[in-house]
Ligand binder design. Structure first.
Ligand SMILES: [Zn+2]
Ligand SMILES: [Zn+2]
Length: 178
């Protein structure tokens, strides 16, 4: 197994002896949420520490950093966008639980887990994607795509006048006799 691309952490020793367990690695190619794929430029690196805080409770803290390719909101060009996200979660150990389950009880939120191998990818993905901006521009003065022919106006001058698409100009055609 290539340890750098594994995104799980083994907590067997932590569960037995307490203390802190640490892991780090990289995520390659993309983060994926359902049908949506967020492609990476290079690798995203992450590091995580999980500490026993008494009883069956553990504190997960970590960070993930990488460059995601987002579409420019004007010209759709893939635009490298650096993301650096920190995250913290309370964990409850419930022996035998097969899956990680999110709980919300009043003010308290925690994730219950029951196996010593904890998959970190959902935590890394959530933190990374939440930190992404809603939209990006490839550059401050991006001219965007022509609304008439779709040409990238950063690359070519198609000659269409953006003013011709002012919404009220359409009224002229609706009321020709005026
Ligand atoms: Zn652009
Ligand atoms: Zn055009």
């Amino acid at each position: 197994m290539d340890y750098t691309t594994a995104t799980s952490i083994n907590l067997a020793r932590l569960l037995k002896e307490g203390g802190t367990a640490r892991a780090q690695g990289v995520v390659q190619e993309a983060f994926v949420v359902g049908e949506e794929r967020f492609p990476l430029q290079g690798e995203a690196s992450w590091r995580v520490a999980i500490s026993s805080v008494g009883g069956n409770e553990y504190w997960l803290s970590g960070e993930v950093e990488g460059v995601v390719l987002m579409e420019c909101r004007r010209c759709l060009r893939p635009t490298p966008t650096r993301i650096h996200a920190h995250f913290q979660h309370l964990l409850h150990y419930e022996p035998g639980l097969e899956e990680v389950v999110f709980h919300e009880e009043g003010e308290e939120e925690f994730y219950a887990f029951g196996l010593p191998d904890l998959d970190l990818l959902p935590f890394l993905t959530e933190a990374f994607v939440t930190e992404m901006p809603y939209t990006v521009l490839c550059e401050e003065g991006c001219k965007g795509l022509c609304p008439v022919c779709g040409a990238d106006r950063n690359v070519e001058d198609c000659g269409h006048e953006p003013e011709a698409f002012h919404p009220f100009l359409g009224l002229k055609d609706l009321l020709p006799e005026l």
